[in-house]
Design a protein around this ligand. Sequence first.
Ligand code: T3D
Length: 262
Amino acid sequence: MTYQYITHAVAEGVATITLNRPEVLNSCNRPMVAELAHAATAAAEDDAVRVVVLTGAGRAFCAGQDLAEAVPPEPEARPDIGDIVAGYNTLIRALRTMEKPVLAAVNGVAAGAGANIALACDFVVASENASFIQAFAKIGLVPDNGGTFFLPRLVGMARATQLAMLADKVRATQAMEWGMIYRVVPETELRAVTREFAADLASQPTRGLGLIKRALNAAWSNDLDRQLDLEAELQREAGQTADYLEGVRAFQEKRRPHFAGR
Ligand code: T3D
């Protein structure tokens, strides 16, 4: 697939996907969502990729759905926007099910779908000027892209209701204090911190991290018995990896481990 609205580069185990419509704050039209889903799926399937970074070009991360394309100009129009949401769902499923870490480097405002794409990632590192807005209620819509799933789990029902119904803007520092995101860094340092963090994640035992992600995903719906069984199954699988042997040997030999990611 040729990308028109995003860029996608792979180097040293890190796939960087950049939303690239800065003139409209990287708001997503339909082809852009398809490109994002395609790039995320490709990164998931590529064994050379051990970490995925999602970020935005220009001053925003993503202002959500492109509102210029969403509604037809006819005054009586009642568009069926189900196809738009279906496209986003493919993206969110790819981000959540790929068994490798996904890092959102949020470089500015993340609104609507943009906020929830970021929250679907395993780590969110935001610059101090970034903010998160569940903009949906302002235009009569419902949070999508997993927003109604992730938000209550991340910040609790009271805050999730506030954010979803009032569409209050949450600044990066507040989001970190509420447990919505991982880390906040000065604007000028976001790029370097992201590069360093992604490189570090790419040197970790990728297979093991992927299995941790599978376990954490399942913990949202499993009871304790099922989760204990799943942990036993995944631990057996992790114990078969070359990285487990390397980790134990490195510990015994008092040296840094060199993980191959398998
Ligand atoms: O079909 C469906 O809708 C279903 C799917 C829904 C998923 C969703 O994501 S719904 C939520 C959609 N997003 C929003 O409602 C957010 C709209 N944008 C804003 O509220 C503000 O732009 C921001 C708070 C994000 C940023 O404000 P500010 O003051 O920093 O920038 P701005 O001046 O508003 O925007 C700069 C330009 O980007 C401007 O264009 P112009 O005037 O310079 O030519 C603005 O129109 C454009 N822009 C911003 N957001 C969008 C957009 N263009 C199209 N779609 C957008 N979402």
